[in-house]
Write a protein that binds this ligand. Sequence first.
Ligand SMILES: NC(=O)c1ccc[n+]([C@@H]2O[C@H](COP(=O)([O-])OP(=O)(O)OC[C@H]3O[C@@H](n4cnc5c(N)ncnc54)[C@H](OP(=O)(O)O)[C@@H]3O)[C@@H](O)[C@H]2O)c1
Length: 313
Amino acid sequence: MDISATHLLDPTVGSEVRVARGDPPQADVEVRQTRPTALVTGATDGIGRAVSQRLAGLVDTLLVHGRCPESLTALAATLAPANPGTSVVPVLADLGRFADVERLIRRIRTIYGHLDILVNNAATVGRHSHTLTEDGHELAFQVNYLAPAFLTAGLFDLLLVARRGRIVNVVCDAYRDVATFDQDSPGNRCYNPVVAYAQSKFALVAHTASLVSACSGTRLTAVCVDPGFTETKLQRQSFCWPGGPVSAAADNVLYAVTKPVHDLEFYVQGKKIVQPLSEVLQIPVQRQLDKVTGEVLDMSLPWTATGPLRMGA
Ligand SMILES: NC(=O)c1ccc[n+]([C@@H]2O[C@H](COP(=O)([O-])OP(=O)(O)OC[C@H]3O[C@@H](n4cnc5c(N)ncnc54)[C@H](OP(=O)(O)O)[C@@H]3O)[C@@H](O)[C@H]2O)c1
């Protein structure tokens, strides 16, 4: 597929438009309801890029997310010719801006109206000093936790009615070192970007645990995967020990994306099911996180609905 002919990438952040030539959007949605569509965040570099390269051969439509238009265009220009049966769609959003995430959600809902697989992969370790986003949150907490939670909330009903919906949250075992998402907790008063990163990942793991309970009895599966220590930009910027190859990490994420649900558990490290920290499984911790998240996003989180979730509800 010639992506340059079928996709218009507006230079304004978050304003990508995929043009289905000749088809009104509604017809496009109907066709897509029987074929898998996946969204990978942070697809322009590192593990997300390698995951996208692998996933492109497996899905009908691959939405590759990034924050830099040039990197996205270059990525799509590589993926599309190598995967002629797949529609590769670049989608732009800075995950450190709620307005961008909201626009991304709206676009996916109105243009596709369908999503089977959401891979929340993008992350940052943040800056050396405590940095607030324009929305007023610590940078790593917003990019690594609040943005994926927002994306999940905004797309949840689509994932819930997918034939085999899956949410894969890419986490990091470093969350075990902090055991809290609360940046004001004792011992965390002095800002450290690696600690802030670990706290954001703690929140993402606890959030996934909350999702797992909510999805019980539905066709939607939520899972966390720690891809393993990997040589990437994020790792080079923030950690001094060497990482493994990106291809192995992508393999691990793909495992979490594609494994049948009966072979999966809530937390996968590499390709092994491991026991998560008991704190993330505590209902009060999950409730507190959901409460904070709902307040920050100013919305009722669909996975906190009382009673079991019903498909199509
Ligand atoms: N590398 C490791 O050792 C390791 C270990 C455990 C877990 N992980 C997890 O693996 C995932 C991928 O990380 P990686 O190692 O592949 O890092 P990476 O190479 O730095 O890639 C991170 C991706 O996230 C994107 N991103 C960062 N901030 C963003 C923002 N504000 N808005 C939109 N996109 C943003 C980056 O975009 P740009 O290209 O524009 O910067 C990039 O595409 C992360 O969730 C990370 O926590 C990594």
